[in-house]
Design a protein around this ligand. Structure first.
Ligand SMILES: *Cc1c(COP(=O)(O)O)cnc(C)c1O
Length: 392
């Protein structure tokens, strides 16, 4: 593969296309991470990343994939055997829950149908029942990447407050940060988990914990074993622009540039662009006569769209047709959605014509693979985009 000329279309919902500016920024000699040049860069990046999470508090940066930051959030704030309330939005919520179980926590799962975001009312109801305060944290995935459904985090905060419950709120924004509006401080989130390879437009390899004061004070009484993930030494050394162990220097160069690019465009513009691409994609799907997996319009994702395959057709076979014929990677269906959905990633360094190329690849793929569909989805997306261009 990939002997085809031109750029491969990497339209999975992460890792995403890395912009040339970020690639050039990383193409640097690796410097002394205890020296003044590193210190100046790290101070800039550690301040800049707070503006992306919208927090005035520290953001811890790990050389790790997002899964590491999931673990870090739990081991820094909890004690063995603690109950955590998690919400089954889909595959990633389920993975986070099994990670919590392996760590010796007791996750309680509010069941979901993998077609909606989290329901704040059921979180509130469960917290009201917990009169002894056994639940120590509420964990929600903001943008469930397996389904393309967004959970209303501000409303989850309100639900916790309405129940008068002291649990910490932890939110996974790995596929929403820098793509979908997110406000760590304003929404009263205690730990926000992020990753580098989705909306932040970097290669995989960095992940984040944005932490509230409440999370920091919980960490002082938290008994879970931790060493590498421990926030305290990290935050202390970050205060001077350094890290307790070797940081991923070249990824930090890339992050520095990505933050610059996001602010040059303007975060509100970035969010509007993603929303527009989500809407245009859904219009195409509808015109093809196919169904979007997310069943609640208020939860539609600007990062990705999961599309249900017509009965009797295998989504993985379809993805293979698209890859072989058009050199484009689409996301697969995960766990119980395997073969039943394909996912179109429209996040990160992405524009109108890239979206139209992506949708053209899908529409031609449906034809080549013999999947029943109505032509005209790309035209619908074009109409939607040309109507809305200039809006943001
Ligand atoms: C990608 C993703 C993860 C997993 O991150 P890794 O970097 O693969 O460890 C977790 N949660 C969500 C919502 C994701 O999209």
């Amino acid at each position: 593969m990939n002997t085809m000329p031109g750029r491969h279309f990497l339209q999975i919902p992460g890792p995403t296309n890395v912009p040339d500016r970020v690639l050039r920024a990383m193409d640097m000699p690796t410097i002394d991470h205890r020296g003044p040049e590193f210190q100046a860069m790290a101070e800039r990046v550690l301040a800049g990343i707070r503006t992306i999470f919208k927090t005035d508090n520290p953001v811890v940066i790990y050389p790790a994939s997002g899964t590491g930051a999931w673990e870090a959030a739990l081991v820094n704030t909890l004690s063995p055997g603690d109950t955590v309330l998690m919400y089954e939005t889909g595959h990633f919520a389920t993975l986070w829950k099994s990670l919590a179980t392996k760590l010796g926590l007791k996750p309680e799962f509010i069941e979901g149908d993998w077609r909606h975001g989290a329901d704040p009312d059921s979180i509130e109801a469960r917290l009201r029942e917990d009169r002894e305060g056994r639940i120590k944290a509420v964990c929600v995935v903001h943008n469930e990447t397996s389904t393309g459904a967004v959970s209303p985090i501000g409303d989850v905060r309100k639900a916790i407050d309405a129940a008068g419950h002291p649990a910490l709120l932890m939110v996974d924004t790995i596929s929403s940060l820098a793509s979908i509006d997110y406000r760590h401080d304003e929404w009263g989130v205690d730990v926000t988990i992020g990753g580098s390879q989705k909306g932040l437009m970097l290669p995989p390899g960095l992940s984040f914990n944005a932490v509230s004061d409440k999370a920091l004070s919980a960490s002082r009484g938290a008994d879970m074993s931790r060493s590498y993930w421990d926030w305290n030494e990290m935050i202390a050394m970050n205060g001077n622009g350094f890290f307790p162990f070797t940081p991923a220097t070249n990824l930090l160069y890339g992050l520095d540039e990505a933050i610059r690019m996001l602010h040059e465009e303007g975060l509100d513009h970035v969010f509007a662009r993603h929303a527009r691409h989500g809407e245009a994609t859904r219009r195409a799907v509808q015109a093809w006569g196919l169904d979007v997996l997310c069943a609640e319009p208020a939860h539609y994702s600007g990062s990705l769209t999961a599309v249900m395959m017509p009965g009797g057709h295998d989504a993985d076979q379809f993805r293979k047709t698209v890859l072989d014929n058009f050199n484009m990677s689409l996301g697969n269906g995960l766990s119980k959605l395997a073969g039943r959905v394909f996912r179109i990633g429209h996040l990160g360094d992405f524009n109108d014509l890239m979206l139209l190329g992506t949708l053209a690849g899908v529409e031609m793929g449906l034809e080549v693979a013999g999947v029943p569909y109505r032509p005209g989805g790309v035209q619908e997306a074009m109409n939607c985009i040309s109507r809305r261009s200039g809006d943001d």
